[in-house]
Design a binder for this molecule. Structure first.
Ligand SMILES: Cc1cc2nc3c(=O)[nH]c(=O)nc-3n(C[C@H](O)[C@H](O)[C@H](O)COP(=O)(O)OP(=O)(O)OC[C@H]3O[C@@H](n4cnc5c(N)ncnc54)[C@H](O)[C@@H]3O)c2cc1C
Length: 602
């Protein structure tokens, strides 16, 4: 299988024309880069994605990991992928030079990640986890932890994991039961049971490093009692030799998609001999883990957008080649059939996919830009601004691509008709692989409560105000472009509606309490997401409008016109959906709160 995964033209449009990533090279931290070196990373990323990961996309799905005699066997290509990602510096690409990293801007790395995830999401998860785990250890771990674990993770010799979920504690981490008992020897004894741990163990690495949440015995109840530990599969003994650390894989889950990565259940400390090493301070585990979770949430959005992209290009290619039917006005059955892409309804399905994919790529890049700015600005106020913008946009960047990616890949299947439902084409796998994204790293419901219950209110609404300021800047710029004026006004009306809805809900919070306030938080997030992606489409279109003033080659003209039409599509077909959502959110009938559980009777 060697279909197109992403549009490199679109990635370069976002990086160089919309977000102007090269301005970062004016800062000391990034001064070693230029457009040419950025392009080299993109080319190398495309090479890795298409030559190393895409060829085993289907095979990793058809032959999923197995637990054989206590060993988790994964596709052998995983070893090569980890090795090449490690040796090629990809796992540590974002890290500072002191950790042997490249200090690569996140925008460039995100573009490469979009390629990797489009090529093979399961395969991309192995090195991706390592990067997140190593980043957390370098941020909060002591020198001993950094020395022992970081280099092995960045080189891909060892596997990193994020071990939070337990059978009774998925969305509700307050209910974690894994315990950590302090000893006099500087380590903690860990006992418990974790489920759904991605890459929790496998036979392509020598060791596994779990970043594990646990409660210290005797500590405060609830989330305040949670601490973070490094818990390796094999620990160093007093002679510096690696010995087993009493963690057993008790099952590998069988899943509908994302099947190349083993999702494992772990039994920890059954023989009372599992040692964990505290990261940072006691009881601060959840706040530390949020660093990794926030990165991972934007990573999930990126992965969803990437899979939707691969599915879209498969559907586009098929729609250009599949003859079926004639123009509705053509009466003569002897005229040849037309390719289905000529039917307006198929164009609508393709426009929907293009709008979701390129709108989602754009919000991922926007967040990456804020993250890059955070690493170079020194002024406290500016730092706070970028941090708050990231805070408020993280649930959106996770959720919009994930939820809409499910619809988008479904529409890819629809373009294929019956063939889309069969294994002859890759879209059924893209659809199955996509379905995890609204679930892991915090379900859609949890993201909804996060944005409405925390992010919009935080710092007296400062993050929300900063977001509105960013959107208003784009609206002001778009008002200068004759073709975009109308969309600028529509977006302006939408953010006024968003404010109206937000104030109404805050009123409900004060009047009736949190249950009523948050009952429809998921719908609020949906509304917020559509407005955010409209903003991203308008932002892209300002660049498009300028480009279309110039003499262009046919392919460039088509590229920019395609952008403009997709922006129009978004404003004409997607943005109006906020009206239905706003109407419901302004409605005072607390239907879901008052519907009694018993009423779900037969
Ligand atoms: C393939 C896969 C890989 C995973 N990888 C990892 C990993 O590497 N590490 C890790 O730690 N975990 C991992 N997970 C776990 C994942 O993060 C959880 O499945 C997820 O957080 C949801 O938890 P849960 O499954 O217990 O569902 P539940 O929390 O039981 O949720 C079920 C439903 O109820 C809703 N719900 C729950 N609580 C509330 C509430 N208070 N208010 C409103 N609605 C609510 C949810 O939104 C959801 O729709 C993985 C899961 C899968 C399936």
């Amino acid at each position: 299988m060697a279909g197109k995964l992403v549009s490199m033209r679109n990635l370069k449009f976002l990086l160089y024309e919309v977000f102007d990533v090269c301005t970062l090279t004016e800062y000391d931290y990034y001064k070693q880069f230029n457009r040419k070196t950025f392009d080299m990373f993109l080319d190398a990323g495309l090479e890795l994605g298409t030559k190393l990961m895409q060829p085993v996309y289907e095979e990793m799905d058809r032959k999923p990991p197995e637990l054989v005699d206590g060993v988790v066997k994964v596709h052998p290509q995983v070893r090569r992928i980890l090795k090449e990602f490690g040796e090629g510096g990809w796992i540590g690409a974002r890290f500072p030079v002191e950790f042997d990293g490249e200090q690569l801007p996140l925008q460039i790395l995100s573009a490469c990640n979009l390629i990797f995830c489009a090529a093979n999401f399961s395969a991309s998860a192995f090195p991706g986890m390592n990067s997140g785990v190593a980043h957390l250890i370098t941020s909060y771990g002591d020198d001993n932890l950094k020395e022992k674990y970081v280099a092995k993770l960045l080189s891909g010799q060892w596997q990193g994991t994020m071990a939070m979920t337990e059978p009774q504690a998925g969305s509700s981490l307050t209910d974690l039961n894994t315990m950590a008992e302090p000893t006099d020897e500087g380590f903690y004894k860990i006992t418990g049971n974790k489920i759904f741990i991605s890459a929790g163990d496998h036979d392509c690495v020598d060791n596994v490093v779990h970043l594990m949440l646990a409660k210290i015995k005797g500590g405060p109840p609830g989330v305040k009692g949670i601490s973070l530990f490094v818990v390796p599969k094999k620990r160093f003994d007093e002679n510096g030799k690696l010995v087993l650390n009493d963690i057993v894989v008790s099952q590998v889950f069988h899943k509908m998609g994302y099947r190349g990565t083993p999702t494992t259940e772990l039994s920890i400390g059954e023989n009372d001999d599992c040692r964990g090493y505290l990261v940072g301070d006691e009881y601060k585990g959840l706040s530390y883990m949020f660093q990794m979770m926030n990165e991972a949430r934007i990573g999930v959005g990126a992965a969803a957008a990437a899979t939707a992209s691969a599915a879209y290009y498969a559907a586009l290619e098929y729609s250009r080649e599949r003859p079926q039917g004639r123009n509705i006005a053509a009466k003569d059955p002897l005229t040849p059939q037309v390719p289905i892409i000529e039917h307006s309804d198929v164009k609508r399905m393709l426009l929907f996919q293009k709008a979701v994919v390129e709108g989602s790529f754009s919000i991922v890049m926007q967040c990456s830009k804020y993250e890059d700015m955070l690493s170079v600005v020194s002024d406290d106020e500016e730092k706070e601004k970028y941090a708050l913008l990231l805070d408020i946009l993280t649930p959106v960047a996770k959720n919009y691509p994930s939820e809409m990616g499910v619809h988008s890949t479904s529409q890819s299947i629809q373009c294929f008709g019956g063939y889309g439902y069969c294994e002859d084409f890759p879209v059924e796998q893209y659809y199955r692989d996509m379905r995890i994204h609204p679930i892991h790293e915090g379900t859609t419901g949890i993201q909804g409560m996060d944005i409405l219950g925390r992010k919009v209110l935080m710092k007296n609404g400062k993050a929300f105000s900063l977001f509105l300021e960013e959107v208003r800047k784009t609206i002001a710029d778009a008002r200068d472009c004759s073709e975009l004026k109308i969309f600028a006004e529509e977006l302006n009306n939408s953010i006024e509606r968003l404010q109206e809805v937000t104030l109404h809900l805050i009123g409900i919070a004060q009047e009736k309490g949190p249950e009523y306030f948050l009952a429809d938080a998921t719908l609020y997030l949906e509304l917020f997401g559509i407005i955010t992606i409209s903003w991203q489409w308008l932002l892209q279109s300002i660049t498009v409008d300028k480009a279309l003033q110039n003499e262009l080659s046919a392919s460039e003209y088509n590229f920019y016109q395609g952008k403009l039409y997709t922006c129009k599509y978004f404003f004409r077909y997607e943005l109006p959906k906020i009206e239905g959502l706003a109407k419901r959110l302004m409605d005072k009938d607390p239907l879901t709160v008052e519907m009694e559980v018993n009423f779900f009777s037969d």
